[in-house]
Design a protein around this ligand. Sequence first.
Ligand SMILES: [Zn+2]
Length: 310
Amino acid sequence: MKIGRKIAKAACYAAILFLLAAGQVPAGEQCSQAAVGVQVLGSGGPEFYTDRASSGYLVWQDGKAVVMVDAGSGSKFRFGQSGADFNTINYILFSHFHVDHSADFPGYIKSAFFSDRDRDLAVYGPEGNQFLPPASGFVKALIGAEASAFPYLNRYLSGGDDYRIYVNDINIDKRDVINVLKFEDIKLSAIAVHHGPLPALAWRVDIAGKSIVFSGDMNGGYHTLERLAKGADLLVAHNAVSEQATGVARNLHMPPSVIGDIAQQAGVKKLVLSHRMYRTLGIEQQTLSIIRKRFDKPVSFANDLDCFIP
Ligand SMILES: [Zn+2]
């Protein structure tokens, strides 16, 4: 019995060492201990899943989750499981305002009511167009003082509570990298990406000497992500369609060949594929072989709560 347990323990350590060597460890065990780590809150798209939340990511630094990218449906539950503390989140960066990237936002704010947060929260997202509101309009429609869905949460916008939410709309007309914020230990930048007719951004977080880029949903049409991701340590790219995609799906999303080309052109050091949908689940080998022809650095498929060390 004892020997069996020892063998099991040794096998477990070996598995963790193998995963560490691959730059991927299970269930966020290491993100809270890494100098910098990226944890997946939601690796799915907008479909019904048994094991995936919609889009969401945390950037950890020295044991604290400090940046959140997207807040898709189900991601808040994963946030709770991740062990992160909402009080340490300084920035929420939205790629765009589809449900699978934003629907849990008021849930996070309400959950934080039961915490002792007293530091302001900065929220960034794209400007709007006729199809989707700007970041400021999205937040106002949810927790604005008038004609919003949840006016009882308005005090976080108006400054009537312990902390205040500041919302910033990021330009989507430029095809250049936008320097959104720069402090000594963190830099946030964004660039417009082509997600069909919808205003959308890719985000780059430079933190503690590491750079992480999030593609968001995009089809590659603007050829902008290559520039934002230049030399990044880690690129999280959305693998929502197969190589054979056509029509609306292809107009919204990039196939594996485009992901591989962008990763190679940008010279990123590691690629993580997320936003996995039923169109791409089960054909990972095909996806991988298409990417491998273009990009020769490590590639991983994301699952919820996975932690990736850049
Ligand atoms: Zn999406």
